[in-house]
Design a protein around this ligand. Structure first.
Ligand code: GSY
Length: 165
Protein backbone atom coordinates (compact mmCIF):
# COMPACT_ATOMS: atom_id res chain seq x y z
CA UNK A 1 0.00 0.00 0.00
CA UNK A 2 1.30 3.50 -0.86
CA UNK A 3 1.44 6.52 1.43
CA UNK A 4 -1.77 8.54 1.53
CA UNK A 5 -2.09 11.33 -1.04
CA UNK A 6 -4.80 13.90 -1.64
CA UNK A 7 -6.18 13.50 -5.14
CA UNK A 8 -8.70 15.82 -6.75
CA UNK A 9 -11.32 14.46 -9.12
CA UNK A 10 -14.11 16.08 -11.10
CA UNK A 11 -17.51 14.44 -11.49
CA UNK A 12 -19.64 15.38 -14.50
CA UNK A 13 -23.01 14.24 -15.83
CA UNK A 14 -25.34 15.52 -18.55
CA UNK A 15 -27.60 12.51 -19.16
CA UNK A 16 -30.27 10.91 -16.95
CA UNK A 17 -30.79 11.91 -13.32
CA UNK A 18 -27.61 13.95 -13.09
CA UNK A 19 -27.70 14.71 -9.36
CA UNK A 20 -28.40 11.07 -8.44
CA UNK A 21 -25.53 9.93 -10.66
CA UNK A 22 -23.14 12.31 -8.90
CA UNK A 23 -24.43 11.07 -5.53
CA UNK A 24 -23.84 7.43 -6.50
CA UNK A 25 -20.35 8.26 -7.77
CA UNK A 26 -19.46 9.93 -4.45
CA UNK A 27 -20.67 6.88 -2.51
CA UNK A 28 -18.78 4.50 -4.77
CA UNK A 29 -15.52 6.46 -4.63
CA UNK A 30 -15.77 6.79 -0.83
CA UNK A 31 -16.04 2.98 -0.62
CA UNK A 32 -13.54 2.07 -3.35
CA UNK A 33 -10.95 4.85 -3.47
CA UNK A 34 -10.58 6.68 -0.15
CA UNK A 35 -12.07 9.23 2.21
CA UNK A 36 -13.74 12.24 0.66
CA UNK A 37 -12.11 15.04 2.65
CA UNK A 38 -13.70 17.95 0.76
CA UNK A 39 -16.44 18.37 -1.82
CA UNK A 40 -17.45 21.46 -3.74
CA UNK A 41 -20.99 22.53 -4.34
CA UNK A 42 -22.69 21.25 -7.48
CA UNK A 43 -22.54 23.56 -10.50
CA UNK A 44 -24.62 23.59 -13.65
CA UNK A 45 -22.28 24.22 -16.54
CA UNK A 46 -22.69 24.73 -20.27
CA UNK A 47 -21.26 21.83 -22.27
CA UNK A 48 -17.69 22.43 -23.39
CA UNK A 49 -16.40 21.03 -26.68
CA UNK A 50 -19.75 20.35 -28.32
CA UNK A 51 -22.23 22.95 -27.26
CA UNK A 52 -25.30 21.27 -28.87
CA UNK A 53 -25.84 19.05 -25.85
CA UNK A 54 -27.52 19.35 -22.45
CA UNK A 55 -25.85 21.23 -19.61
CA UNK A 56 -23.66 19.27 -17.20
CA UNK A 57 -23.69 19.07 -13.44
CA UNK A 58 -20.10 19.18 -12.18
CA UNK A 59 -18.61 18.72 -8.73
CA UNK A 60 -15.01 18.51 -7.49
CA UNK A 61 -13.93 16.12 -4.73
CA UNK A 62 -10.75 15.83 -2.67
CA UNK A 63 -10.01 12.19 -1.91
CA UNK A 64 -7.47 11.01 0.62
CA UNK A 65 -6.27 7.82 -1.01
CA UNK A 66 -3.63 5.14 -0.64
CA UNK A 67 -4.30 3.86 -4.15
CA UNK A 68 -1.66 4.20 -6.84
CA UNK A 69 -2.63 6.52 -9.75
CA UNK A 70 -3.49 3.60 -12.06
CA UNK A 71 -5.64 2.06 -9.32
CA UNK A 72 -7.47 5.34 -8.77
CA UNK A 73 -8.05 5.56 -12.53
CA UNK A 74 -9.52 2.03 -12.45
CA UNK A 75 -11.88 3.08 -9.63
CA UNK A 76 -12.96 6.16 -11.64
CA UNK A 77 -13.66 4.01 -14.71
CA UNK A 78 -15.59 1.51 -12.57
CA UNK A 79 -17.73 4.37 -11.22
CA UNK A 80 -18.47 5.42 -14.82
CA UNK A 81 -19.40 1.87 -15.79
CA UNK A 82 -21.70 1.51 -12.79
CA UNK A 83 -23.48 4.62 -14.06
CA UNK A 84 -24.14 2.83 -17.34
CA UNK A 85 -21.45 4.52 -19.35
CA UNK A 86 -20.36 2.23 -22.15
CA UNK A 87 -18.47 4.39 -24.60
CA UNK A 88 -16.00 7.21 -24.14
CA UNK A 89 -17.07 9.30 -27.10
CA UNK A 90 -15.00 12.48 -27.24
CA UNK A 91 -17.04 15.57 -26.31
CA UNK A 92 -20.29 13.53 -26.32
CA UNK A 93 -23.05 13.40 -23.70
CA UNK A 94 -22.39 11.04 -20.82
CA UNK A 95 -24.17 9.67 -17.75
CA UNK A 96 -20.99 10.07 -15.72
CA UNK A 97 -17.47 11.27 -16.23
CA UNK A 98 -14.87 11.01 -13.45
CA UNK A 99 -11.62 12.79 -14.28
CA UNK A 100 -8.50 12.80 -12.12
CA UNK A 101 -7.37 16.43 -11.97
CA UNK A 102 -4.46 16.27 -9.52
CA UNK A 103 -2.73 13.49 -7.61
CA UNK A 104 -0.80 15.12 -4.80
CA UNK A 105 2.01 17.02 -6.48
CA UNK A 106 2.74 14.18 -8.87
CA UNK A 107 3.25 14.61 -12.59
CA UNK A 108 2.03 11.46 -14.31
CA UNK A 109 2.36 10.50 -17.96
CA UNK A 110 0.94 7.02 -18.49
CA UNK A 111 -0.55 5.91 -21.83
CA UNK A 112 -4.09 6.36 -20.45
CA UNK A 113 -3.56 8.94 -17.69
CA UNK A 114 -2.05 12.42 -17.73
CA UNK A 115 -1.95 14.32 -14.43
CA UNK A 116 -2.30 17.23 -13.82
CA UNK A 117 -5.27 17.07 -16.18
CA UNK A 118 -3.92 18.71 -19.35
CA UNK A 119 -6.91 21.02 -19.90
CA UNK A 120 -7.55 21.93 -16.26
CA UNK A 121 -6.47 25.57 -16.64
CA UNK A 122 -8.63 26.16 -19.76
CA UNK A 123 -12.00 25.26 -18.33
CA UNK A 124 -14.15 27.19 -15.90
CA UNK A 125 -16.31 24.11 -15.27
CA UNK A 126 -13.21 22.54 -13.70
CA UNK A 127 -11.64 25.59 -12.05
CA UNK A 128 -14.75 26.99 -10.35
CA UNK A 129 -15.48 23.85 -8.26
CA UNK A 130 -11.78 23.09 -7.79
CA UNK A 131 -10.97 26.61 -6.56
CA UNK A 132 -13.90 26.35 -4.12
CA UNK A 133 -12.22 23.46 -2.27
CA UNK A 134 -8.54 24.09 -3.09
CA UNK A 135 -8.19 27.77 -3.95
CA UNK A 136 -4.66 28.13 -2.54
CA UNK A 137 -3.38 24.83 -3.92
CA UNK A 138 -0.64 25.32 -6.51
CA UNK A 139 -0.62 23.62 -9.87
CA UNK A 140 2.51 21.42 -9.77
CA UNK A 141 3.64 22.41 -13.28
CA UNK A 142 2.31 25.95 -13.75
CA UNK A 143 3.07 27.07 -10.19
CA UNK A 144 -0.10 29.18 -9.91
CA UNK A 145 -2.86 28.67 -7.39
CA UNK A 146 -6.25 27.43 -8.55
CA UNK A 147 -7.70 30.85 -7.65
CA UNK A 148 -5.14 32.59 -9.86
CA UNK A 149 -5.78 30.18 -12.74
CA UNK A 150 -9.51 30.84 -12.42
CA UNK A 151 -8.99 34.61 -12.37
CA UNK A 152 -7.00 34.35 -15.62
CA UNK A 153 -9.20 31.77 -17.35
CA UNK A 154 -10.75 33.11 -20.57
CA UNK A 155 -13.39 30.35 -20.97
CA UNK A 156 -16.67 32.25 -21.56
CA UNK A 157 -19.05 29.33 -20.90
CA UNK A 158 -21.39 29.83 -17.94
CA UNK A 159 -20.86 27.98 -14.64
CA UNK A 160 -23.60 28.53 -12.07
CA UNK A 161 -24.30 27.08 -8.62
CA UNK A 162 -26.97 24.42 -9.16
CA UNK A 163 -30.28 25.23 -7.52
CA UNK A 164 -31.82 21.74 -7.86
CA UNK A 165 -34.38 20.42 -10.37
O1 GSY B 1 -14.44 16.50 -19.50
C1 GSY B 1 -15.50 16.02 -18.75
C2 GSY B 1 -16.74 15.81 -19.56
N1 GSY B 1 -17.20 17.05 -20.20
C3 GSY B 1 -17.76 18.13 -19.63
C4 GSY B 1 -18.09 18.45 -18.30
O2 GSY B 1 -17.88 17.69 -17.33
N2 GSY B 1 -18.66 19.70 -18.10
C5 GSY B 1 -18.91 20.56 -19.13
N3 GSY B 1 -19.48 21.72 -18.86
N4 GSY B 1 -18.59 20.26 -20.41
C6 GSY B 1 -18.02 19.05 -20.65
N5 GSY B 1 -17.63 18.55 -21.83
C7 GSY B 1 -17.13 17.34 -21.54
S1 GSY B 1 -16.49 16.26 -22.72
Amino acid sequence: MSEAVTAYVLLGSNLGNRAALLHEARSYLAAAAGDIVAESGIYETAAWGREDQPAFLNQALALRTTLAPAELLAACLAAEQRAGRLRRERWGSRTLDVDILLFGEEIIALPDLTVPHPRLAERRFVLVPLAEIAGTLRHPQLGDTMEALLARCSDPLPVRPWAGE
